[in-house]
Design a protein around this ligand. Sequence first.
Ligand code: MLT
Length: 393
Amino acid sequence: MNIKLNDNFDNVKESYLFSEIAKRVNKYSAEHPEAKIIRLGIGDCTLPLTKTVIDAMHKAVDEMGVKETFRGYPPEYGYDFLREAISKYYASNGVDVAADEIFVSDGAKSDCGNIVDILGDNTILIPDPVYPVYMDSNIMSGRKIELISGNQENGFLPMPKGLEVKPYVIYICSPNNPTGATYNKEQLGEWIAFAKKSGSLIIFDSAYEAFIKGDYPHSIYAVEGARECVIEICSFSKMAGFTGTRCSWTVFPKELEVNGKSVQKMWARRQATKFNGVPYVIQRAAEAALSPEGVKEAMANIDYYMSNGKLIGELLKEKGVWFSGGVCSPYIWLKCPNNMKSWDFFDMLLEKVQVVGTPGAGFGDEGEGYFRLTSFGSREATIEAIERLKTIL
Ligand code: MLT
């Protein structure tokens, strides 16, 4: 063939982080079929969908089997019932987001990746370490990327102080994946002030907001001025166990404009062309997850996961291993013992105790020497992993 391919793909790593982990684990598993591997790598929920969600899904499935209530293509921006439920969820956190500013989608990952479609050739500012999708999707579209370091000194919460004042597209994830570090209102206020001063846009990933305990904003729109410079992406995946069910949303406030052009309208146009919406049954399930009963059940599951995190944290404290996270986040971010490199520690854990985690280096160069464990395992698996880790830490 003589066509041209997107050569920017030459600049991304050969495999996506979690695919690379799966590849290594599958290889080990094939070579050691007797090994009982405990997977605390990818942040994937293990508790089933809750009763309220399942009841709503069953009801919706039944509606799909009846001529009068059958639904065809869903609206590409989401059914009004779900957009309104999400708007009310914001209101329950004291934040004003109108239903028609909410665009329902099939995953925060999809929207994080697709958002580059509507943005021009800007300088992209990405914290390091962070969720790899921001970096990969911008490399794939040939954008110029600058990194801002998260490290132990700044508590893995890089701030804009010292940055050149020029327009960037800035990615922020809080509570952070992978470090669990969470910005408070003042710190987010500094980012917003910087965005306004520099004419930048912030893409705020709040996929882990439901894990927040204490006085941290659940949405960046709780901070004054955010509506003029932030797109917020959030998800049902970790909040309500929808990793396999797929539903999320992105907020485009009406105030977001560039030279009089509405960013919201551009996204609406993009979605209308490239996306056919989330299935009705799933949107009914998501609506149920935001009902008072649904939220109560989701919080009980989150508490369960957080207790796993606490147990992992206790082990690390006992062993004198530095770590962060596990407080407003399902992730425990630890410093590899004996200055080991992330992938070496990964291989050692896999070979010696058959526990899988995520190498910090996979989230950026600043993650080298760190390692992420998830608290999304079952209690039994987490306790067993702790017993095994005790023998080598
Ligand atoms: C993670 O483990 O970082 C997440 O599960 C990945 C994702 O949300 O796509």
